[in-house]
Design a protein around this ligand. Structure first.
Ligand SMILES: Cc1ncc(COP(=O)(O)O)c(C=O)c1O
Length: 482
C-alpha cells in the first residue's frame, strides 16, 4: 500500500478549501482586536482544495480501528459496542450548554441526574454512597486508598495485592505512600489462602482485589479472603474496573468489600481505548462514606444541592467540579435503557460469550486455568513458542491480517505468553465464530509456516513496528521544511 502523505506534503501554494463572496461590509481592524505582538503574517498552513481536505481526512479515518468497525477482544478493556442513543442523550443541549459555575438553581436537572445515578450505582453494587469525581479507574484507586488512609491508624500502612493484580494497583499504593505485600495465586487462580494468612498483620491497611481477577476467574474463596483480612483489621478494596460479569448477579459490598471503584468507561457505555475521558466512581460502605470527596450531592425535599460542610472527615476534592459529566450522562442513559433485567443479561451474555470462545480455542492454545471463566479468559502461546518459536506477540500481529483487533498480550504477568481475550456481550455468535476460525487458522499456520506468523502483519498500512521505539524516542512533531 502506498505510504500516506502528510497534509503538508499535499499542499500547493494558492489552493483554498473555501470560496466566499467579496466582502461587502467594512473590514474589521484586527490590530485593534488582537495585540500586535500576537499577530502573525504567516501561519504556514497547508493549502488544499476542499475535496482534497475531505479525502485526506476520510482516508485517514478509514485506517482507524474501533469497536464500530470490527471485533475488539482486548482483555481487561471491555471494548463492547456502545449504543448510539447514549451519545445522543449526552449531546442534548440542556447538558452541553450548562456550566459548573452556574447557580444551583439553574442546574437542578444535572444534579438530579447525578443524584439518581448515585442511587442506581448503590443498588447495583451495594454501597452506601458514591463519588463521581475520579476521572479514571486508576484515579478511583487513588481516591479509595486516600480514604482508607484517612480511616486507618498510621501504623497500618501496607496493602496486600495478589500476583495477578492489575499494574495500576501497586502503582496507586505507592502514590499514597503505602507499602505493597504481594500474595500468590493458587493452582486454580484464586488468592492462595495460606499466603494471605502469612501476609496479614498489625500493619495491614487492606487488600486490593479484582474479582473476577485478571485471569477472568471468580475467586472461589472470596468470603474466606474477606474474613481473614477483616479479622486482621484490614479493609477490602474492590477494583471493579471490569464489572461486566457482575451486573445484576453479584454485589461486591455483599462479598465484604468495604470500598470499590468502577469504570464507567468500559462497563457503562464509553469505550476504554485511546485514553478518552473516563470516569471511575468510588463507592463506599457506611464506615468509609464520611471520607468520600466533597462536594456531595444531597436532596432535601425536592431540591438538590452540593454540600461540603456536612462532611468534615472528607478527603477533599480529587477533581475539579463533579467529574467527567459527559461520561456519567452516557452511563445513566445506558442503565435507564437496559433496566435491571437488561443489566443482568449483559452479565450473562458476557460470561456466555467468553466461555464459548474459551472452549473453542482450548484445543489449540494452552489454557492454564481450565475452569468456567467470567467475562474474559487467558490462554497462552506456550505450546506455539516451545514447538515453533512463535510468540503471543506474533499471534497478535497475525490477527491484524485477519481483520481483528488483537487481545491483550503478556498480561497478567503470571501466565507465560499470555493472550487475554474479552469478547464482551455485544458480539454475535457469527462474529465469535469467525474470530475463533482466525485463531485456529493461525495455530495451524504456526505448524505449517511459522515464518508467516513471525513476520506478520502483512496486509496493514504499516508492517511490524518496533515495539519500544515510540516509547523511547517520542517524537510526534512535524517539522516544516523551513
Ligand atoms: C483491573 C483493572 N484495574 C484498574 C484499571 C485502570 O483503569 P483506568 O485505565 O481507567 O485507569 C484497569 C484498566 O483497564 C483494569 O483492568
Amino acid at each position: 500500500m502506498a505510504e500516506e502523505q502528510l497534509i503538508f506534503d499535499k499542499s500547493k501554494s494558492g489552493r483554498r478549501a473555501f470560496s466566499l463572496p467579496d466582502l461587502d461590509v467594512p473590514q474589521a481592524d484586527v490590530a485593534k482586536l488582537i495585540p500586535q505582538e500576537m499577530l502573525r503574517d504567516n501561519l504556514n498552513l497547508p493549502e488544499l482544495s476542499e475535496v482534497d481536505v475531505v479525502r485526506h481526512f476520510t482516508n485517514l479515518s478509514r485506517k482507524n480501528f474501533g469497536v464500530d468497525s470490527g471485533f475488539y477482544p482486548l482483555g481487561s478493556c471491555t471494548m463492547k459496542y456502545n449504543p448510539k442513543v447514549n451519545e445522543e442523550v449526552a449531546k442534548l443541549s440542556g447538558f452541553t450548554n450548562i456550566h459548573p459555575y452556574q447557580s444551583e438553581d439553574e442546574i437542578q436537572g444535572i444534579l438530579e441526574l447525578l443524584y439518581d445515578f448515585e442511587q442506581y450505582l448503590c443498588a447495583i453494587f451495594g454501597y452506601e454512597a458514591f463519588t463521581f469525581q475520579p476521572a479514571a479507574g486508576a484515579h478511583g484507586e487513588l481516591t479509595a486508598l486516600l480514604m482508607i488512609k484517612a480511616y486507618q491508624p498510621r501504623e497500618r500502612h501496607k496493602i496486600i495485592i495478589p500476583d495477578s493484580s492489575h499494574g495500576t494497583n501497586p502503582a496507586s499504593v505507592s502514590l499514597v505512600n503505602y507499602g505493597t505485600v504481594v500474595v500468590k495465586s493458587d493452582a486454580r487462580g484464586n488468592v492462595d489462602l495460606d499466603s494471605l494468612r502469612r501476609a496479614v498483620g498489625d500493619d495491614t491497611a487492606g487488600i486490593m482485589l479484582t474479582n473476577p481477577n485478571t485471569l477472568g476467574l471468580f475467586d472461589e474463596h472470596i468470603l474466606d479472603v474477606a474474613d481473614i483480612v477483616h479479622k486482621a483489621g484490614g479493609l477490602l478494596y474492590y477494583d471493579g474496573a471490569n464489572a461486566n460479569a457482575l451486573l445484576g448477579v453479584c454485589r461486591p459490598a455483599d462479598l465484604g468489600f468495604d470500598i470499590a471503584h468502577f469504570n464507567l468507561h468500559k462497563t457503562f457505555s464509553t469505550p476504554h481505548g485511546c485514553g478518552g475521558p473516563g470516569s471511575g466512581p468510588v463507592g463506599a460502605s457506611k464506615k468509609l462514606e464520611p471520607f468520600l470527596p466533597v462536594p456531595r450531592i444531597v436532596k432535601d425535599n425536592s431540591r438538590y444541592s452540593l454540600l461540603v460542610t456536612r462532611y468534615p472527615k472528607s478527603i477533599g476534592k480529587v477533581h475539579s467540579f463533579y467529574g467527567n459529566i459527559n461520561v456519567i450522562i452516557k452511563a445513566y442513559a445506558y442503565v435507564r435503557s437496559l433496566g435491571a433485567a437488561g443489566l443482568k443479561e449483559v452479565a450473562e451474555n458476557a460470561v456466555l460469550n467468553a466461555n464459548y470462545v474459551m472452549n473453542k480455542l482450548k484445543e489449540y492454545y494452552y489454557l492454564p486455568y481450565d475452569r468456567i471463566c467470567q467475562h474474559e479468559f487467558v490462554i497462552s502461546a506456550k505450546w506455539q513458542k516451545e514447538k515453533y518459536g512463535v510468540r503471543a506477540l506474533d499471534i497478535a500481529k497475525r490477527l491484524l491480517d485477519y481483520g481483528f483487533h488483537p487481545p491483550t498480550i503478556y498480561f497478567p504477568l503470571i501466565v507465560e505468553e499470555a493472550l487475554m481475550i474479552e469478547p464482551t456481550e455485544t458480539e454475535s455468535r457469527e462474529t465469535l465464530d469467525s474470530f475463533c476460525d482466525a485463531m485456529i487458522a493461525i495455530a495451524r499456520e504456526c505448524e505449517t509456516n511459522p515464518e508467516l506468523v513471525k513476520t506478520a502483519p502483512h496486509t496493514t498500512p504499516v508492517k511490524r513496528l518496533d515495539e519500544a521505539k515510540a516509547a523511547r524516542e517520542l517524537n510526534l512533531r512535524w517539522k516544516t521544511g523551513a
